[in-house]
Design a protein. Structure first.
Length: 130
C-alpha cells in the first residue's frame, strides 16, 4: 500500500484517502484506471491559504524542477510563515494538489511509475513537515 495512504498524521488527508481507496477498489475490479488526483479540499476555516493561481503555478514549476526536497522545504516554510494558523494536513493537501496533476499527465510514466513517484513525493513531504 502506498505510504501516502497510510500517513501517520492522525486523520490527515481524509479526502485523499477516500479518493485513492475508491480508485484502487475500482482498479482491483479489473478496470484500467488512470491516476486520479484528489480534488482540492475545501478549507475548514475560510481564507487560511490564499495563494493566487500564479503563485500556485510557480509552486508547481518549482516542484518539478531541480532539488524537490529543498523546494518542498521552501514552500512549507513560506506557507507556514504567511499562514501561521495553517494545519500540516492543509499544507500537505495544498502541495499535493499542485504536484499530482503534473505526475498524472506525465506520458512518459505508466500508472505504476506514477504511483511510485507520488509515493516518493509524499514521503518526502511528510518527513519535511513533521
Amino acid at each position: 500500500m502506498p505510504r501516502w495512504l497510510t500517513c501517520k498524521m492522525g486523520d490527515t488527508l481524509p479526502l485523499l484517502r477516500i479518493t485513492i481507496v475508491a480508485a484502487l477498489g475500482m482498479g482491483l475490479a479489473g478496470q484500467a484506471l488512470a491516476l486520479e488526483c484528489p480534488a482540492a479540499k475545501p478549507l475548514e476555516r475560510p481564507g487560511v491559504l490564499k495563494e493566487t493561481p500564479a503563485q500556485i503555478a510557480d509552486m508547481t514549476n518549482m516542484l518539478v524542477a531541480g532539488d524537490v526536497g529543498n523546494h518542498i522545504r521552501f514552500i512549507v516554510l513560506h506557507l507556514q510563515s504567511h499562514y501561521p494558523s495553517v494545519e500540516n494536513a492543509e499544507i500537505i493537501n495544498y502541495i499535493l494538489n499542485a504536484y499530482c496533476p503534473v505526475v498524472a499527465q506525465d506520458a512518459g510514466l505508466n500508472e505504476q511509475q506514477k504511483e511510485a513517484k507520488l509515493d516518493q513525493f509524499v514521503g518526502q513531504l511528510v518527513k519535511i513537515i513533521k
